[in-house]
Design a protein around this ligand. Structure first.
Ligand SMILES: C[S@@+](CC[C@H](N)C(=O)[O-])C[C@H]1O[C@@H](n2cnc3c(N)ncnc32)[C@H](O)[C@@H]1O
Length: 230
């Protein structure tokens, strides 16, 4: 039986009051942590099956890859790349009943912090970008671990495409929407999300536990360097 999960609890009652400072700091400096060879290989591997024509979809933090496979089915003329740092999740068996898997996806194990920078440096276009049920790091002191509070944020956002975030913590999505607006001027609604079929295991778990879910979809411009340096 699926275990129930509790709603997110936090010492924040709204968007973090230091969010704007954090985003401003990250946009005015480059994130210089060296990129590992391991992640470079994973990046190359993720493009092996791509014909260099199909539009690209990135499922960031894809877990076991349910969403990657479903996206590949929903967008059969796209190449869908799922990335997760967990070897256990990435290598978990992708079929339950021996069903035929689509041939337009790949799941690779990599650290997104490197993967996003490699993608940006390769100047690859990005059609759609999914951030599905990422760890919300709900303690206020951990705001810097949320993707929009992390130094990678300007790079992630600079990849462009249609960015979709889903979460069981509304404040996470509110902050992310604010941080998108700060750097791009773009705005989009945050909607209460009632899934009729589940895109990910976490979506399923949260929904079956009776939690509210939130969805935000924003169309960004094409690739652009959002850093403001010098
Ligand atoms: C809460 S799980 C959600 C998984 C999946 N999207 C779902 O909804 O079922 C968050 C996932 O993000 C992955 N993750 C977190 N930080 C990452 C990083 N820096 N690079 C790659 N994956 C990361 C974790 O390994 C984990 O599988």
């Amino acid at each position: 039986m699926q275990s129930l999960s509790r709603p997110v609890t936090s010492n924040q009652s709204g968007p973090h009051d230091k969010l704007a400072d954090l985003v401003n700091r990250h946009v005015t400096s480059r994130f210089l942590k060296p990129i590992t060879d391991y992640n470079r290989r994973a990046f190359e591997d993720s493009l092996q099956g791509w014909d260099r024509q199909m539009p690209l979809i990135l499922d960031a933090g894809c877990g076991v890859g349910w969403s990657t496979i479903q996206l590949a089915r929903a967008f059969p003329d796209h190449w869908v790349i799922g990335v997760d740092q967990s070897e256990d999740r990435i290598t978990r068996q992708k079929t339950i009943m021996g069903e035929v898997l689509p041939d337009n996806f790949v799941c690779v194990r990599a650290d997104l912090v490197d993967f996003w920078r490699l993608w940006f440096d390769a100047q690859l276009p990005l059609a759609r970008h999914y951030l599905l049920y990422q760890n919300p790091w709900p303690k206020a002191e951990h705001v810097g671990r949320r993707w929009h509070g992390h130094p990678i944020w300007p790079t992630l956002l600079g990849l462009g495409g249609i960015l979709e975030c889903r979460s069981n913590w509304r404040i996470y999505v509110e902050e992310l929407a604010l941080a998108v607006n700060m750097l791009t001027g773009r705005q989009a609604a945050i909607e209460s999300w009632q899934p009729t079929q589940f895109l990910t295991p976490f979506e399923r778990k949260y929904h079956l536990s009776g939690q509210m879910l939130w969805r935000y979809v924003v169309t960004l411009e094409g690739r652009q360097d959002l850093h403001r340096i010098g």
